[in-house]
Design a protein around this ligand. Structure first.
Ligand code: PMV
Length: 322
């Protein structure tokens, strides 16, 4: 059979980060930062990987897939984790060539979940596995957990289903919001962080202050529910207020940084309805909710404090065969 290519979007966490790791709900939107993965069968008993983002090539002998805990280089860890899960589930023994392409700088907006989902979707088509979206979700979420240890799976859901999602209980609840584009400007604080490091930090804080952190998580849940309704009704002033309250709670969890605060305050001073960090914290991205007319001046305010304005379409489609 010939080559199959799939592409999957990145994601922007809107509300509910960290709490979502413990089954609480979050809101996420898929963003137009796609990763493409192509797969083709080959006779050699090996998997050849061409990772164009890293300008590197790797060869993995098929026998490594039956090792209990094979260790793969970081560039191919997510792709190999999902390949291994699919090969085991379907008892496959075929050689493959896999190539991936995507943006060199993804600003922490989801390249690992996108590449996992695009790989699984391309293999599903190439090998006629007939996996449904929810089966793909389980396999891909499992693969992400194999690599990261702890994760909520929200980014996998965004890559598979696209749009803007209400996501809870590790994927038991996934609902699509009826919404058009979101009036959002994204800023990149300039330093990439390891999500796991911050997930562990919040885990520690919750061990030490269980009552307080659980109250904060309950507030976050309430905010997610209010934001869910406000987004559907396009009440952007209310969404902005909820964004600002969320930022305060994330700060209280200890995941804010000076550079994120600087961009967030600059966006608010320029008239943003609200601004908060997005994702694990410790760096990466923030976003501001604004009146449509103010988007470009808020983008300029983000640049004036030395940060990168990231213009991306939100609410885009999920994984697809190209
Ligand atoms: O830093 P990101 O964009 O990968 O987001 C992490 C969000 C967390 O809630 C902290 C972790 C997770 O898996 O949900």
């Amino acid at each position: 059979m010939s080559k199959v290519t799939a592409s999957a979007p990145g994601k922007l966490m809107l509300f509910g980060e960290h709490a979502v790791v413990y089954g609480y709900p979050c809101l996420v939107t898929a963003v137009d930062m796609r990763v493409w993965v192509s797969v083709v069968l080959q006779k050699e008993p090996q998997i050849d990987l061409d990772v164009s983002i890293a300008s590197r090539e790797y060869t993995v002998p098929l026998r490594m897939l039956s090792e209990a805990e094979p260790s793969f280089p970081g560039d191919i860890s997510f792709v190999m984790a999902v390949v291994q899960r699919i090969f085991r589930q379907f008892n496959l023994k075929t050689g493959l060539k896999i190539s991936s392409e995507g943006p060199t700088d993804s600003y922490g907006l989801g390249s690992s979940s996108s590449v996992t989902v695009a790989t699984a979707t391309a293999l599903n088509q190439l090998l006629d596995l007939n996996l449904s979206k929810s089966e793909l979700f389980s396999i891909c979420y499992g693969a992400v957990l194999d690599v990261q240890g702890k994760a909520s799976g929200y980014d996998v859901a965004a890559a598979i289903y696209g749009g803007t999602l209400y996501y809870a209980k590790h994927g038991q609840t996934i609902r699509r919001l009826t919404v058009d584009k979101l009036p959002i400007m994204i800023g990149y604080s300039g330093n990439k962080v390891q999500t796991v490091q911050y997930v562990n930090q919040v885990y520690q804080l919750r061990q030490q202050q269980p009552e307080l952190v659980n109250h904060i998580f309950d507030l976050i849940r309430r905010i997610v529910d209010l934001a869910h309704a406000a987004i559907i009704e396009q009440k952007w002033h209310e969404v902005g207020q909820l964004v600002n309250i969320s930022q305060g709670l994330l700060d209280s969890l200890g995941v804010n940084t000076l550079s994120l605060t600087t961009i967030i305050l600059a966006a608010r001073a320029e008239g943003a309805l609200g601004a908060k960090l997005s994702g694990a914290g410790g760096g990466d991205c923030m976003f501001a909710v604004c009146d449509e007319a103010d988007l470009s001046s808020i983008g300029s305010a983000i640049e004036r404090v030395g940060s990168k304005r990231v213009d991306l379409e939100t609410n885009v489609s999920g994984v697809r065969i190209e």
